[in-house]
Design a protein around this ligand. Structure first.
Ligand SMILES: [Mn+2]
Length: 225
């Protein structure tokens, strides 16, 4: 049986195509790991999210075994999604599949640790401090780019560089017993078996990156929706 791993769906404005795609995808797997940034708390509230049209996805998720790993955009403010759309809500998760021990976490904790760039730190501090009135225009700009030229938002050089830094971090700070680290966050999908590292990638602007895990290991998936 395969486990679905998906991250960085950043659910916000309702998109029928994305909804239909996710509905079908979630229906196809009994075990699902949402590896962070399922919805986007930078732009709207938890209460608005769970009452939105996206809640149609919860029905199928309720009938699955769903692990919800929180990301930096899943701003729950002590709320729980257990029973609503997940079986367990965690900040990291370890599970053995086919003899391999996997460690899942969204990865933002690591980005903060490994990124030395002053520009990134300034950007992070700016975003942290901003009210939605400034984040929303930024989002609108990203959406425009996403519609015109989505390719530049995914698998960027900056993203794969961040993946590289996280690999280095896990090399010097290994989690005991772990064979494979799986993160999201950088929006750069990757499978690097030699370095025990994988990134599930994002799903947005008509591009779905995700992975499945079976006894044979990880398989990366990329499809259009
Ligand atoms: Mn993130």
């Amino acid at each position: 049986m395969e486990t679905l791993v998906i991250s960085d769906t950043h659910l916000y404005e309702f998109e029928q195509k994305k909804f239909d795609f996710l509905m079908k995808l979630f229906s196809d797997y009994e075990k699902i790991i949402i590896n962070g940034d399922f919805w986007d708390g930078w732009y709207w509230n938890w209460d608005d999210f769970i009452q939105s049209k996206w809640k149609g996805l919860f029905t199928v998720l309720q009938s699955r075994d769903v692990t919800y790993v929180l990301g930096n955009h899943d701003l729950m403010e002590n709320k729980s999604a257990v029973g609503l759309f997940c079986t367990r809500q965690v900040s990291s998760y370890m599970i053995r599949i086919g003899g391999t021990m996997y460690h899942f976490e969204h990865g933002h904790r690591l980005s903060e640790k490994v990124i030395k760039s002053r520009l990134f730190k300034r950007y992070a501090a700016f975003v942290e401090a901003q009210h939605r009135s400034l984040l929303l225009p930024m989002h609108k700009f990203e959406r425009l780019v996403g519609k015109l030229c989505p390719e530049i938002l995914f698998n960027s050089k900056a993203g794969s560089k961040r993946n590289g830094l996280v690999k280095e971090y896990f090399k010097s700070n290994p989690v005991k017993g772990v064979d494979m680290y799986v993160i999201g966050d950088t929006h750069s999908q990757e499978l690097d078996i030699k370095n025990h590292f994988a990134n599930s990638g994002p799903t947005a602007y008509g591009y779905a990156f995700y992975m499945t895990i079976s006894d044979k290991g990880i398989a990366l998936k990329q499809v259009r929706y």
